[in-house]
Design a protein around this ligand. Structure first.
Ligand code: GLY
Length: 321
């Protein structure tokens, strides 16, 4: 296994559970995009026009999440922070409201469960929202998990199932009966693996305190993920800048401004961390999960790596067998 992010670790655990001997090669497992991700499990609120096939994968993986985390928590005794909290998408102004109406019509055409919510009801549901909120969409099935807790549990579960770890950066395919390449946006840098995967930079903020909201809150250009332990994640930029991981003042400013517009008390929170992740993107935004002889590729999960971990693990375990 090349790559010890949420995808690689989920695959490694699944394979080891089935009795395969697995070694994960990664200089620092869990330190890439998985460490930065907010952890929204959002097949419905992330859906984009023209991405119906990706939606089907995302919905299936979301369906598998409760049993995936239950098995993981039972195996390790650790919480993954899985929280079936739902998501409220909110409009700040009339333009946003028109955009939300279009989005709701598209989501309903796809048979998805979305409910329009009037402004007053949005505020009753989430008192921390700005008094000027114009309305919203409730997506009851889009939840969250804590990616850092999830990775910690996966590392424990892998070790418990006998997975070995080699802490080195991989440039050549290691020798094994089957090599799984799940190295995110670096997957194509490994000799012999040609992949149309590019890094798409995302800057995210981690804050701490009481924001006054309990569900995931999304505007058209920002999301806010509040956790019961007081962490509040605000994300994210989407920047095609290659492997650049610079934190920029402009991104922090834009994210904070957009978040405070929706949830004013965000301005009172402690700003704990600004982090940058590189999403592995493909030309059609769908992951590449395929077998090529003795190599299985599992990358290109773009904005849905945390969400797609359970489904990817079972698909790859089948491909390996
Ligand atoms: N899934 C959210 C993001 O990639 O920013």
């Amino acid at each position: 296994m090349v790559g010890g992010g949420v995808i690689g670790l989920s695959i490694a655990w699944r394979l080891a559970q089935r009795g395969d001997a697995v070694t994960v090669h990664d200089a620092a497992p869990g330190s890439g995009a998985s460490h930065v991700a907010a952890g929204m499990l959002a097949p419905v609120t992330e859906v984009q026009f023209g991405e119906e096939l990706l939606l089907a994968m995302n919905l299936e993986s979301a369906r598998q999440y409760p049993s995936f985390v239950a098995q993981l928590e039972a195996a390790t005794g650790r919480s993954t922070g899985y929280l079936p909290c739902g998501t409220l998408v909110v409009a700040r102004d009339n333009d946003d409201l028109v955009a939300l109406d279009r989005l709701a019509a598209f989501q309903r055409d796809l048979g998805l469960d979305v409910t329009k919510v009037r402004a007053g009801i949005c505020r009753e549901m989430e008192p921390g929202l700005t008094p000027s909120v114009r309305g919203g969409l409730l997506v009851a099935g889009d939840h969250q998990v804590d990616p850092r807790a999830l990775v910690a549990a996966l590392l424990d579960a892998c070790r418990g199932a006998g997975v070995g770890f080699v802490h080195e950066r991989v440039t050549e395919l290691p020798a094994a009966d089957v090599v799984v390449v799940a190295a995110g946006c670096w997957s194509g840098d490994i000799a012999g693996v040609e992949l149309p995967v590019r890094p798409v930079k995302g800057q995210l903020l981690r804050l701490r305190g009481k924001a006054g909201v309990e569900r995931n809150i999304r505007g058209l250009d920002v999301y806010i993920v509040p956790r019961p332990d007081g962490e509040v994640v605000v994300g994210a930029t989407v920047e095609d800048k290659g492997y650049d991981t610079t934190v920029t003042a402009g991104a922090v400013h834009d994210l904070l401004r957009a978040a405070v517009e929706l949830v004013p008390d965000v301005a009172e929170l402690e700003l704990v961390e600004v982090s940058v992740g590189l999403r592995p993107a493909t030309p059609d935004n769908r992951p590449i999960i395929e077998r090529r002889g003795d190599v299985v590729v599992a990358t290109g999960h773009y904005r849905n790596g945390v969400l797609l971990a359970p489904l990817t693990a079972s698909l790859v375990a089948d491909l390996v067998r």
